[in-house]
Design a protein around this ligand. Structure first.
Ligand code: AMP
Length: 288
Protein backbone atom coordinates (compact mmCIF):
# COMPACT_ATOMS: atom_id res chain seq x y z
CA UNK A 1 0.00 0.00 0.00
CA UNK A 2 1.25 3.47 -0.92
CA UNK A 3 0.49 6.66 0.98
CA UNK A 4 -0.07 9.79 -1.11
CA UNK A 5 -0.66 13.30 0.17
CA UNK A 6 -1.56 15.47 -2.80
CA UNK A 7 -4.35 15.34 -5.36
CA UNK A 8 -1.72 15.31 -8.12
CA UNK A 9 -0.02 12.22 -6.64
CA UNK A 10 -3.38 10.54 -6.15
CA UNK A 11 -4.42 11.16 -9.77
CA UNK A 12 -1.02 9.97 -11.02
CA UNK A 13 -1.33 6.78 -8.99
CA UNK A 14 -4.80 6.11 -10.41
CA UNK A 15 -3.94 6.90 -14.02
CA UNK A 16 -2.77 3.43 -15.00
CA UNK A 17 -5.60 1.54 -13.23
CA UNK A 18 -8.09 3.85 -14.91
CA UNK A 19 -6.49 3.35 -18.33
CA UNK A 20 -6.76 -0.41 -17.80
CA UNK A 21 -10.41 0.04 -16.80
CA UNK A 22 -9.73 -1.38 -13.39
CA UNK A 23 -12.59 -0.65 -10.99
CA UNK A 24 -11.99 1.66 -8.03
CA UNK A 25 -13.55 1.55 -4.56
CA UNK A 26 -13.23 4.45 -2.12
CA UNK A 27 -13.58 4.33 1.66
CA UNK A 28 -13.61 7.84 3.16
CA UNK A 29 -12.55 7.96 6.82
CA UNK A 30 -11.32 10.35 9.47
CA UNK A 31 -8.86 7.72 10.66
CA UNK A 32 -8.19 6.05 14.00
CA UNK A 33 -9.45 2.97 12.21
CA UNK A 34 -11.50 0.27 13.91
CA UNK A 35 -13.36 -2.82 12.75
CA UNK A 36 -16.24 -0.68 11.41
CA UNK A 37 -13.88 1.08 9.00
CA UNK A 38 -12.12 -2.21 8.22
CA UNK A 39 -15.42 -3.87 7.27
CA UNK A 40 -15.87 -1.13 4.64
CA UNK A 41 -12.30 -1.59 3.35
CA UNK A 42 -12.70 -5.37 3.16
CA UNK A 43 -15.94 -5.00 1.22
CA UNK A 44 -14.27 -2.54 -1.17
CA UNK A 45 -11.42 -5.07 -1.58
CA UNK A 46 -13.87 -7.85 -2.37
CA UNK A 47 -15.70 -5.78 -4.98
CA UNK A 48 -12.98 -3.72 -6.71
CA UNK A 49 -9.58 -3.93 -8.40
CA UNK A 50 -8.19 -0.84 -6.65
CA UNK A 51 -9.04 0.23 -3.13
CA UNK A 52 -8.45 3.80 -2.00
CA UNK A 53 -8.84 4.74 1.67
CA UNK A 54 -8.89 8.43 2.50
CA UNK A 55 -7.71 9.59 5.88
CA UNK A 56 -8.68 13.17 6.58
CA UNK A 57 -10.01 14.73 9.77
CA UNK A 58 -12.24 17.26 8.03
CA UNK A 59 -12.25 20.47 10.09
CA UNK A 60 -15.34 21.92 8.38
CA UNK A 61 -17.65 19.22 9.73
CA UNK A 62 -16.73 19.82 13.37
CA UNK A 63 -19.06 22.19 15.15
CA UNK A 64 -16.90 22.27 18.29
CA UNK A 65 -13.23 23.21 18.21
CA UNK A 66 -12.61 21.08 21.32
CA UNK A 67 -14.03 17.98 19.57
CA UNK A 68 -11.71 18.58 16.59
CA UNK A 69 -8.72 19.12 18.88
CA UNK A 70 -9.47 15.93 20.85
CA UNK A 71 -10.15 13.78 17.78
CA UNK A 72 -7.78 10.78 18.05
CA UNK A 73 -5.12 10.40 15.36
CA UNK A 74 -2.51 7.72 14.63
CA UNK A 75 -1.58 7.60 10.98
CA UNK A 76 1.06 4.88 11.34
CA UNK A 77 -1.37 2.50 12.95
CA UNK A 78 -4.08 3.42 10.42
CA UNK A 79 -1.72 2.73 7.51
CA UNK A 80 -0.88 -0.73 8.87
CA UNK A 81 -4.55 -1.59 9.46
CA UNK A 82 -5.71 -0.28 6.08
CA UNK A 83 -2.97 -2.24 4.29
CA UNK A 84 -3.88 -5.41 6.16
CA UNK A 85 -7.55 -4.99 5.22
CA UNK A 86 -6.59 -4.74 1.56
CA UNK A 87 -6.17 -1.05 0.69
CA UNK A 88 -3.89 -0.21 -2.25
CA UNK A 89 -3.66 3.54 -1.70
CA UNK A 90 -3.95 5.65 1.43
CA UNK A 91 -4.79 9.26 0.61
CA UNK A 92 -3.80 11.32 3.66
CA UNK A 93 -3.71 14.97 2.61
CA UNK A 94 -2.84 17.91 4.87
CA UNK A 95 -5.66 20.41 5.50
CA UNK A 96 -4.20 22.98 3.06
CA UNK A 97 -4.28 20.43 0.22
CA UNK A 98 -8.04 20.04 0.65
CA UNK A 99 -8.77 23.67 1.58
CA UNK A 100 -6.11 25.83 -0.08
CA UNK A 101 -5.98 29.57 0.56
CA UNK A 102 -8.96 31.23 -1.10
CA UNK A 103 -11.20 28.16 -0.87
CA UNK A 104 -14.76 29.54 -1.15
CA UNK A 105 -17.17 26.81 -2.28
CA UNK A 106 -19.65 24.77 -0.30
CA UNK A 107 -21.90 21.90 -1.39
CA UNK A 108 -25.15 21.82 0.60
CA UNK A 109 -28.00 19.37 0.81
CA UNK A 110 -30.97 21.40 2.04
CA UNK A 111 -34.17 20.54 3.91
CA UNK A 112 -35.04 18.08 6.66
CA UNK A 113 -32.27 15.60 5.84
CA UNK A 114 -29.70 18.07 7.12
CA UNK A 115 -31.87 20.18 9.43
CA UNK A 116 -33.26 17.42 11.70
CA UNK A 117 -31.60 15.24 14.38
CA UNK A 118 -27.82 15.76 14.02
CA UNK A 119 -28.60 18.94 12.09
CA UNK A 120 -30.35 20.32 15.17
CA UNK A 121 -27.71 19.19 17.66
CA UNK A 122 -24.60 19.99 15.61
CA UNK A 123 -26.13 22.49 13.17
CA UNK A 124 -26.77 21.85 9.47
CA UNK A 125 -23.26 23.21 8.88
CA UNK A 126 -21.94 19.83 10.04
CA UNK A 127 -23.56 18.15 7.04
CA UNK A 128 -22.52 20.95 4.68
CA UNK A 129 -18.95 20.21 5.77
CA UNK A 130 -19.51 16.50 5.12
CA UNK A 131 -21.09 16.97 1.68
CA UNK A 132 -18.43 19.44 0.61
CA UNK A 133 -15.55 17.14 1.54
CA UNK A 134 -17.28 14.02 0.17
CA UNK A 135 -17.93 15.78 -3.16
CA UNK A 136 -14.26 16.74 -3.28
CA UNK A 137 -13.10 13.21 -2.44
CA UNK A 138 -15.42 11.74 -5.09
CA UNK A 139 -14.01 14.19 -7.65
CA UNK A 140 -10.42 13.47 -6.63
CA UNK A 141 -10.70 9.68 -6.71
CA UNK A 142 -13.60 9.20 -9.18
CA UNK A 143 -14.43 5.80 -7.70
CA UNK A 144 -16.99 3.35 -9.04
CA UNK A 145 -18.25 2.78 -5.50
CA UNK A 146 -17.91 4.72 -2.25
CA UNK A 147 -18.53 2.91 1.05
CA UNK A 148 -20.21 4.35 4.15
CA UNK A 149 -21.47 2.95 7.47
CA UNK A 150 -25.06 2.68 8.66
CA UNK A 151 -23.68 3.83 12.05
CA UNK A 152 -24.01 7.35 10.61
CA UNK A 153 -27.49 6.71 9.19
CA UNK A 154 -28.37 10.35 8.59
CA UNK A 155 -25.02 11.01 6.92
CA UNK A 156 -25.63 8.06 4.58
CA UNK A 157 -29.04 9.49 3.61
CA UNK A 158 -27.56 12.93 3.02
CA UNK A 159 -24.82 11.45 0.81
CA UNK A 160 -27.30 9.40 -1.21
CA UNK A 161 -29.33 12.60 -1.75
CA UNK A 162 -26.18 14.52 -2.76
CA UNK A 163 -25.22 11.85 -5.31
CA UNK A 164 -28.72 11.72 -6.80
CA UNK A 165 -29.19 15.48 -6.89
CA UNK A 166 -25.83 16.24 -8.52
CA UNK A 167 -25.82 13.12 -10.77
CA UNK A 168 -22.45 12.12 -9.36
CA UNK A 169 -21.30 9.01 -11.24
CA UNK A 170 -20.73 6.75 -8.24
CA UNK A 171 -22.54 3.91 -6.53
CA UNK A 172 -23.03 4.41 -2.77
CA UNK A 173 -22.90 1.31 -0.60
CA UNK A 174 -23.93 1.47 3.07
CA UNK A 175 -22.79 -1.36 5.35
CA UNK A 176 -24.12 -2.49 8.77
CA UNK A 177 -22.88 -1.09 12.08
CA UNK A 178 -20.05 -3.08 13.65
CA UNK A 179 -20.33 -3.40 17.45
CA UNK A 180 -18.29 -4.44 20.48
CA UNK A 181 -19.37 -7.79 21.95
CA UNK A 182 -21.45 -5.92 24.58
CA UNK A 183 -23.30 -3.94 21.89
CA UNK A 184 -21.48 -0.59 21.92
CA UNK A 185 -21.21 0.68 18.34
CA UNK A 186 -17.57 1.04 17.34
CA UNK A 187 -16.48 4.66 17.06
CA UNK A 188 -13.10 6.37 16.93
CA UNK A 189 -14.36 8.47 19.83
CA UNK A 190 -14.81 5.42 22.12
CA UNK A 191 -11.13 5.61 23.18
CA UNK A 192 -12.00 8.87 24.91
CA UNK A 193 -14.55 7.20 27.21
CA UNK A 194 -13.05 7.43 30.69
CA UNK A 195 -13.59 4.87 33.49
CA UNK A 196 -17.25 4.42 34.32
CA UNK A 197 -18.27 6.19 31.11
CA UNK A 198 -17.46 3.08 29.05
CA UNK A 199 -20.26 1.23 30.89
CA UNK A 200 -22.61 4.23 30.74
CA UNK A 201 -22.07 4.36 26.98
CA UNK A 202 -24.08 1.13 26.76
CA UNK A 203 -27.19 3.27 27.32
CA UNK A 204 -27.45 3.82 23.58
CA UNK A 205 -27.29 0.24 22.31
CA UNK A 206 -29.34 -1.04 25.27
CA UNK A 207 -32.06 1.48 24.47
CA UNK A 208 -32.15 0.23 20.88
CA UNK A 209 -32.44 -3.35 22.13
CA UNK A 210 -35.23 -2.33 24.53
CA UNK A 211 -37.15 -0.79 21.64
CA UNK A 212 -36.84 -4.03 19.70
CA UNK A 213 -38.23 -6.06 22.59
CA UNK A 214 -41.01 -3.54 23.29
CA UNK A 215 -41.96 -3.72 19.64
CA UNK A 216 -41.89 -7.51 19.71
CA UNK A 217 -44.21 -7.31 22.74
CA UNK A 218 -46.66 -5.31 20.64
CA UNK A 219 -45.90 -1.70 21.55
CA UNK A 220 -46.38 0.40 18.39
CA UNK A 221 -47.01 3.89 19.75
CA UNK A 222 -43.94 6.11 19.21
CA UNK A 223 -44.52 8.15 22.38
CA UNK A 224 -44.80 4.98 24.49
CA UNK A 225 -41.69 3.46 22.91
CA UNK A 226 -39.77 6.70 23.43
CA UNK A 227 -40.77 6.84 27.11
CA UNK A 228 -39.48 3.28 27.58
CA UNK A 229 -36.18 4.22 25.97
CA UNK A 230 -35.84 7.31 28.13
CA UNK A 231 -36.08 4.98 31.16
CA UNK A 232 -33.17 2.91 29.83
CA UNK A 233 -31.09 6.07 29.42
CA UNK A 234 -31.83 7.21 32.95
CA UNK A 235 -30.96 3.75 34.32
CA UNK A 236 -27.48 4.36 32.87
CA UNK A 237 -27.49 7.92 34.19
CA UNK A 238 -27.24 9.30 30.66
CA UNK A 239 -29.24 12.23 29.32
CA UNK A 240 -30.28 11.57 25.71
CA UNK A 241 -29.93 14.47 23.26
CA UNK A 242 -32.63 12.88 21.16
CA UNK A 243 -34.57 9.65 20.84
CA UNK A 244 -36.12 9.76 17.38
CA UNK A 245 -38.49 7.41 15.59
CA UNK A 246 -38.49 8.58 12.00
CA UNK A 247 -39.12 7.51 8.44
CA UNK A 248 -35.85 5.87 7.26
CA UNK A 249 -35.89 7.77 3.94
CA UNK A 250 -37.25 11.23 4.82
CA UNK A 251 -36.49 11.43 8.56
CA UNK A 252 -40.06 12.63 9.15
CA UNK A 253 -41.23 11.68 12.67
CA UNK A 254 -43.59 8.70 12.86
CA UNK A 255 -46.44 8.42 15.38
CA UNK A 256 -46.85 4.67 15.08
CA UNK A 257 -44.28 2.05 14.17
CA UNK A 258 -46.26 0.13 11.58
CA UNK A 259 -43.60 0.00 8.88
CA UNK A 260 -39.80 0.18 8.71
CA UNK A 261 -38.73 2.95 11.06
CA UNK A 262 -35.34 4.41 11.87
CA UNK A 263 -34.71 4.67 15.58
CA UNK A 264 -31.84 7.10 16.11
CA UNK A 265 -30.34 8.14 19.45
CA UNK A 266 -27.62 10.54 20.54
CA UNK A 267 -26.14 11.36 23.92
CA UNK A 268 -23.11 12.85 25.51
CA UNK A 269 -21.38 10.42 27.87
CA UNK A 270 -18.80 12.30 29.88
CA UNK A 271 -16.95 14.41 27.32
CA UNK A 272 -17.80 12.12 24.42
CA UNK A 273 -20.75 12.56 22.09
CA UNK A 274 -22.10 9.23 20.82
CA UNK A 275 -24.76 8.29 18.27
CA UNK A 276 -26.39 4.98 17.40
CA UNK A 277 -29.38 3.72 15.45
CA UNK A 278 -31.30 0.70 14.30
CA UNK A 279 -33.99 0.02 11.74
CA UNK A 280 -37.15 -1.26 13.42
CA UNK A 281 -39.67 -3.43 11.61
CA UNK A 282 -43.21 -3.58 12.89
CA UNK A 283 -42.80 -7.38 13.23
CA UNK A 284 -40.36 -6.62 16.05
CA UNK A 285 -37.14 -7.60 14.31
CA UNK A 286 -34.48 -4.96 14.47
CA UNK A 287 -31.38 -4.90 12.37
CA UNK A 288 -28.63 -2.61 13.58
P1 AMP B 1 -15.45 8.24 10.40
O1 AMP B 1 -13.99 7.94 10.34
O2 AMP B 1 -16.02 8.20 11.78
O3 AMP B 1 -15.82 9.47 9.62
O4 AMP B 1 -16.16 7.04 9.67
C1 AMP B 1 -15.80 6.67 8.35
C2 AMP B 1 -16.84 5.72 7.83
O5 AMP B 1 -16.90 4.56 8.66
C3 AMP B 1 -18.24 6.33 7.82
O6 AMP B 1 -18.91 5.94 6.63
C4 AMP B 1 -18.87 5.72 9.04
O7 AMP B 1 -20.28 5.60 8.93
C5 AMP B 1 -18.23 4.35 9.05
N1 AMP B 1 -18.30 3.78 10.40
C6 AMP B 1 -17.97 4.39 11.57
N2 AMP B 1 -18.23 3.58 12.61
C7 AMP B 1 -18.73 2.43 12.10
C8 AMP B 1 -19.20 1.21 12.66
N3 AMP B 1 -19.20 0.99 13.98
N4 AMP B 1 -19.67 0.26 11.83
C9 AMP B 1 -19.69 0.46 10.48
N5 AMP B 1 -19.25 1.59 9.88
C10 AMP B 1 -18.78 2.56 10.68
Amino acid sequence: MRTVRTVAELRAALKQPRREERSIGLVPTMGFLHDGHLSLIRQARAEHDEVVVSLFVNPTQFNEASDLAAYPRDERRDAALAAEAGADLLFAPPVEEVYPTGFATEVRVGGPLTESLEGVQRGAGHFHGVTTVVTKLLNMVQPDTAYFGQKDAQQALVIRRLVRDLDLPVRIEVLPTVREPDGLALSSRNVRLQGEDRRRALALSRALQAAESDLAAGVRDAAELTAGLADVFSAFDVEPEYIALVDPETLAPVATVDQETLLAVAAKVGEVRLIDNTILNSNGNGRA
